[in-house]
Design a protein around this ligand. Structure first.
Ligand SMILES: NC(=O)C1=CN([C@@H]2O[C@H](COP(=O)(O)OP(=O)(O)OC[C@H]3O[C@@H](n4cnc5c(N)ncnc54)[C@H](O)[C@@H]3O)[C@@H](O)[C@H]2O)C=CC1
Ligand SMILES: O=C(O)[C@H]1O[C@H](OP(=O)(O)OP(=O)(O)OC[C@H]2O[C@@H](n3ccc(=O)[nH]c3=O)[C@H](O)[C@@H]2O)[C@H](O)[C@@H](O)[C@@H]1O
Length: 440
């Protein structure tokens, strides 16, 4: 059955959710407090870069199933379900900031005129849905239910993940409300896991924390490989063939960034702290990632002796390929450290450049191509493994770089190829190729 749905918040999660729900036949109105964004979307323009999103958005607007408004009451009018997809950023102390959730709860309490299921897609600490329920319940007489439906999409493949996810988690204390959300999701054909609200909230944090743990673990193994002359490529392959471990999320590099792993791991440490549980393991995961994000600067400093006066080409600025999102990107940390060390930074990213200019240190310069960035630079830092960056050739590096040295934070290039091209090459947990200079 086709339903009428409101989606509150049109970021990576809200917009993709709204577009996907309209694509499977529901009538969706997305609401956001950002009027500039709403105007853009009303004109059929996506405010974010996400492969495949613009096309689906235009299609569903044209077919009359998808619309955008800045008025909550318009979106909520006769909605069967109201999806909350606003941000839950990190506060100074690491806890999740629920101010946007509260403001949506106020919006719902003021404008809810008929029964609706309120669906929380945002990542929220355990107990938040109970809070939303009592917050709204004490402010309106209109009946409603609350369901937790955490989101597992990844940026850069959000559309693909939404249509082909591994599972849909529905946490409901009211079976009727849970059934409605299951029915809404039926056209996706993805298996559904039903549980209670608090467990659903915990599944989201536990999943992100586990994936972050896998990354920090493999990075520590890579750091050991560096010291013991083993090769992380083969170590990860050998580990991954054990089905209990699995071969996904074992790519060593300069750590995890993005809008979720850093904030959600910090939030879970705080959530544990609130019930007097010291989450020692997760604290270590966070600490490992902190060091890992700075690793290329340490390696370059060791190589050159001092970075003062050196020009470093930073290739890739977004926190991962295929996104324009700069939140908690390793490039932020690296640029800051390089500038502090007296180096000149020339950045390049195929898509995230405009967003990068807003958040990277002012001293950073930009090139309009990868080749432009490495031209006359002393060294190249590979920060994000965009296809365009990984397909640079050894000839291009040699023709353009002054010192012909590459510090690869994403293990993009083949070690043997670098060796035969006579390039100095440092990656994470793989053999060093050093042909020209003595280590300082
Ligand atoms: N970005 C991601 O890949 C994923 C994010 N999540 C979670 O989903 C939630 C949303 O994340 P993003 O989409 O990245 O957020 P975002 O920050 O990109 O977008 C949030 C949007 O909500 C709007 N907003 C704030 N208050 C509002 C209100 N009262 N009414 C209407 N709109 C309002 C903002 O203007 C903004 O456009 C977070 O809890 C996040 O942890 C979960 C899975 C994946
Ligand atoms: O809650 C969220 O927001 C989302 O967080 C992550 O998705 P995302 O951050 O978009 O991207 P990932 O592909 O998970 O990458 C996160 C970071 O980990 C790094 N990473 C990933 C995998 C790997 O093997 N090694 C590694 O260093 C990436 O470079 C990136 O910086 C999760 O994968 C999603 O399931 C989840 O919904």
């Amino acid at each position: 059955m086709k339903r009428k749905i409101a989606v509150v918040g049109t970021g990576y999660v809200g917009l993709v959710t709204g577009v996907a729900l309209s694509e499977v036949g529901h009538t969706v109105t997305c609401v956001d407090v950002d009027e500039v964004k709403i105007k853009r979307m009303q004109e059929g323009l996506s405010p974010i870069f996400e492969p495949g999103l613009s096309e689906l958005m235009t299609k569903n607007i044209n077919e009359g199933r998808l619309s955008f408004t800045s008025q909550h009451q318009e979106a909520f009018k006769s909605a069967d379900a109201i999806y909350i997809a606003v941000g839950t950023p990190q506060k100074e102390d690491g806890t999740a900031d629920l101010c946007f959730i509260e403001s949506v709860a106020e919006n719902i309490a003021s404008h809810l005129k008929s029964y609706a299921v309120i669906v929380t897609k945002s990542t929220v600490p355990v107990g938040t849905n109970d809070y939303i329920k009592s917050f709204i319940g004490t402010r309106t007489d209109t009946p409603f239910d609350v369901v937790s439906n955490p989101e597992f999409l990844r940026e850069g493949s959000a559309v693909q993940d939404t249509f082909h996810g591994d599972r849909i988690v529905i946490g409901a204390d009211s079976p009727i409300a849970g059934d409605l959300i299951e029915e809404i999701n039926k056209p996706f054909g993805i298996s559904v896991f039903r549980t209670d609200i608090r467990s659903a909230e915990m599944i989201k944090y536990a999943s992100n924390a586990f994936l972050a743990t896998k990354i920090s673990f493999v990075n520590e193994i890579a750091n050991l490989c560096d010291k013991l002359d083993a090769n992380i490529d083969d170590v990860a392959k050998g580990m991954g063939q054990d089905q209990r471990i699995g071969d996904k999320f074992l790519n060593a590099g300069i750590g995890y960034g993005g809008s979720c792993f850093p904030k959600d791991t910090n939030a879970l440490v705080q959530i544990a702290g609130n019930v007097e549980h010291e989450f020692t393991l997760l604290k270590a995961v966070i600490e490992v990632n902190y060091k890992q994000q700075r690793l290329l600067v340490d390696k370059a400093r060791e190589y050159f002796g001092s970075l003062r006066g050196k020009t470093i080409a930073m290739l890739g600025l977004a926190f991962k390929p295929n996104t324009d999102d700069m939140r908690e990107a390793a490039s932020l940390v690296l640029a800051e450290e390089l500038v502090l060390a007296g180096a000149t930074v020339v950045g390049y990213d195929p898509i995230a450049m405009e967003n990068a200019k807003k958040v990277l240190p002012e001293a950073v310069n930009y090139a309009d191509s990868a080749l432009g960035a490495i031209h006359n630079a002393d060294a190249a830092f590979i920060v994000t493994e965009w296809k365009e960056i990984c397909s640079l050739t050894t000839e291009q590096f040699k023709e353009n770089l002054k010192d012909a040295v590459i510090f690869d934070g994403r293990n993009c290039f083949n070690v043997e190829t670098m060796k035969s091209a006579n390039l100095d090459y440092f990656s994470i947990g793989r053999p060093i190729v050093k042909t020209q200079k003595e280590f300082a």
